[in-house]
Design a protein around this ligand. Sequence first.
Ligand SMILES: [Zn+2]
Ligand SMILES: [Zn+2]
Ligand SMILES: [Zn+2]
Length: 443
Amino acid sequence: MSSDSFDDLQTNNIFLVPHVVGRSKCIAKIAFSAGSTILSNSSFADVLLPSEKSHRCDYCHHLSGSDSLKRCTGCASFYYCDPTCQSMHWKSGHRKICGLYNSYTSASSFQALEEHKKMDALLLSSLIAHATLLVDANERNSDENTAFLTFQALLPGPMAASAPPICPKHSFPAEVIQELYSRFENNNFSIHSHFKTYAHGIFPIASRLFNHSCMPNAAVKFILRVHKPVKLEVVALRAISKGDEICIPYIDPALLQTRTTIFDLTYGFTCCCPSCNVVRAIGMIPEPPKGQVEFQAVCKRLREFVEVMRLSPFSTGDDSLFPRDLACVLHESFISTLSEHFSAASHDGQYEVAMESSKSLSAFYQLIYPPNYPQIGLHILEKAKTCWNHLVRSSTYTMSIVTELERSLVAAREVFTVIGLEGDPDNGPVAEISILSDAKKSL
Ligand SMILES: [Zn+2]
Ligand SMILES: [Zn+2]
Ligand SMILES: [Zn+2]
């Protein structure tokens, strides 16, 4: 989230302008086509989720079996592809952590922290270790130092929780540590591969530049590179005109009921995007009906509405176009119930039921997400897999299912052509689409 000072940050393609209510805006200097990379930003500090530890290189995040990764002989707690990744990680902060890591993580002060606080403590430790090495090296003009200064200049979050204990020895005053920690909840990124979180990281320039929208015109993805830290890329989800503000989603816009509270408590702002304006105008969101028949009737009504809507009211902000008898679809239990219906039917081979739920899910996504949002593509791919499984299980060749499979693969490919590859090179949605497309030819 951007603050008002430090407004000189710009690239050839984007620039920051002060916002009327105080928050800077990132504006497109040029037109971007859908799928263009707007900004690339390497990680300043990151930490793997505990479940990923020893499966991924602690430096470049390459996914590998624990046998093929080399363990740091100092602490025996960090893993690397090879000596190059180890050396790069050593220079970017591990040197300050290695000798102290095991006593730090086994201390009762660390063990007493909740799991998410442990992640924060490790990330803060990694940030301080990296910054300490920059201070030691007196590298005032490096990109790394700019990144650190940028992080310090970000707006703090609204919560004033005290900083957890940190690992490396350093010379920063306690107030500076607290200041840095106060920027954590609202500025850290979940790092994902194939849109599943595997690490947390700090990308100061990206935090500095982009405001949030629940109907964003851009989204974040992560690129893994050999012997380099993970890179965040901001990608245009649709064509963006010169002069448009570029926004990314800080959280999943599908959290239609809780997101306002999250913005308020974690980020300290009120979202004024078109989607939030509609949600505010609707007010109390009723629960969806419990009965199967009534629930299905709501789904049918939703599909009918989305089929004829020109633009989603959630993208235009015109709440008068959103029928109030559909307000219950905004209840977060609606999407979770519908997703369960789809998964269960798909798993049990109830093809017709799965397709019905899938159509309702797609309608919901079209309503609340912008075009080409990753979740849209991920669901269409699940639908394609359901079609494929049904074709394989049933002994008869059913033309309508083959057609549905083809349609789904084309639609999923369209979404992922815009977003491009993300995270691990293998087994991602793009690879799955190719595998299914090839398999289809053998039908
Ligand atoms: Zn590596
Ligand atoms: Zn070590
Ligand atoms: Zn919003």
